[in-house]
Design a protein around this ligand. Structure first.
Ligand SMILES: NC(=O)c1ccc[n+]([C@@H]2O[C@H](COP(=O)([O-])OP(=O)(O)OC[C@H]3O[C@@H](n4cnc5c(N)ncnc54)[C@H](O)[C@@H]3O)[C@@H](O)[C@H]2O)c1
Length: 358
């Protein structure tokens, strides 16, 4: 039986614990805050999945520090990811380590060391951009590969979602200042929290042959209020390796949410959307010659993570498999976040620097 340790018994920790239990894995959830373990048992897990699963072991970190696990998941705030990852890799490295998104706070400090330690430990490290592995993403990839869009001319992606939903899922928090969400510098704000948009743009740009983002200008609406300091809107105007222009928007103010990507081609367009209608993701392709196809994929919140967890299972079998969640990909998303901050704050267009300072 596979064994998994999940650090962080909060919102994502519960989602992933449930997904791992569906696979029959032995799950240990660890949190440094006893109240979080109590909440998991008494409210988060039962309210989401009907009842607490007594097969899940809840523990203080130190009580399981000497145990080995096949898989370790970091479901803690972004500013804890790197120190925890380095500790895991240098003490009891698992076969696979999944770090939640965003990989780290802006600046990528410690990332070169993370890469080196992962290599030395022989651990496969991933970053949890789960939307790359949902069913409707697979459909969009397949339709794009069929080539009916002609020459791709531009790509746009947006994850705009008021963070009221996130706070509703964290009723124990009084507001943004009580968590990393309220601080861009800790990996929160629109840029970090909704970095799914940058990441899914990068995914489809690569598949469409546009390459990486090389240059960008950006405008961030940065606010300081009630003890918090965060960007509530981030708009990025980007250029790719192929010289194509694209646009990415992320915000924590739009309701209802818009989580959407569009590939425009000379012969048609393809749209990818999360929660296009309640409980449904959608893919739409429309061509100049009148060809139209649309697929709505009914899904529940657990489905958002099932593709990711199935992929983890495949990697545990064969850690050499290609992965769309690879650490290098999560690092590329961080490089764009860093460039966006620099561009907005300097008022200049900047080149995206993918090199890591050692
Ligand atoms: N992929 C997704 O769809 C998705 C969804 C939600 C959250 N996330 C990401 O997951 C991460 C956590 O978000 P969340 O909403 O679950 O946060 P949360 O506040 O609900 O939970 C985080 C938990 O980590 C615990 N923690 C902090 N430091 C710790 C440490 N050193 N050791 C052990 N536990 C520690 C805290 O006590 C807390 O209980 C963030 O990076 C967030 O962006 C991703």
């Amino acid at each position: 039986m596979r064994s998994v340790k999940i650090l962080g018994a909060g919102s994502i920790g519960n989602h992933l614990a449930h997904g791992c239990r569906e696979r029959g894995w032995a799950v240990t959830m660890v949190d440094r805050d006893p109240a979080a373990l109590e909440r998991t048992r008494e409210s988060i897990y039962p309210s989401r999945y009907g009842a607490f699963d007594p097969g899940i072991r809840l523990s203080e970190p130190s009580a399981v520090a000497a145990e080995d696990f096949d898989l370790v998941i970091l479901g803690t705030p972004p500013d804890t990811h790197l120190p925890l990852a380095l500790e895991v890799l240098s003490t009891r490295p698992p076969r696979v380590l999944l770090i939640e998104k965003p990989l780290c706070p802006p600046g990528r400090r410690g990332c070169a060391e993370l890469l080196a330690r992962a290599e030395a430990a022989g651990t496969r490290v991933l970053v949890g951009y789960n939307h790359r592995l949902t069913r409707h993403t697979r459909i969009a990839e397949q339709w794009l590969a069929e080539g009916g869009l002609g020459e791709i001319t531009t790509l746009r992606a947006q994850f705009r979602e008021h963070w009221g939903g996130i706070f509703a899922a964290h009723p124990w928090l009084a507001g943004p200042a009580e968590t990393y969400l309220g601080f861009t510098e800790r990996g929160g704000g629109a840029l970090g929290e909704h970095s799914h948009a940058i990441n899914i743009f990068q995914h489809f740009a690569r598949l469409a042959g546009l390459g990486r983002i090389t240059q960008l200008s950006a405008a961030l609406d940065e606010v300081t209020a009630d003890g918090a300091a965060y960007d509530r809107i981030a708009q990025l105007s980007v250029v790719t390796e192929s010289g194509h222009l694209g646009f990415i928007a992320q915000d924590v103010v739009t309701r209802p949410a818009e989580k959407w990507l569009r590939l425009q081609g000379s012969e048609g367009f393809l749209e990818w959307q999360v929660n296009a209608t309640p409980g449904c993701d959608r893919v739409l392709e429309q061509r100049e010659d009148g060809f139209i196809r649309e697929e709505s994929v009914a899904k529940s919140r657990p489905d958002d993570f099932r593709g990711e967890i199935a992929h983890l299972e495949a990697l545990l079998e064969d850690p050499k498999l290609d992965s769309p969640l690879d650490l290098t990909v999560g690092l590329e998303t961080m490089a764009v976040i860093d460039a966006a901050l620099e561009a907005s704050r300097s008022g200049r267009s900047v080149r995206v620097d993918y090199a890591l300072a050692s």
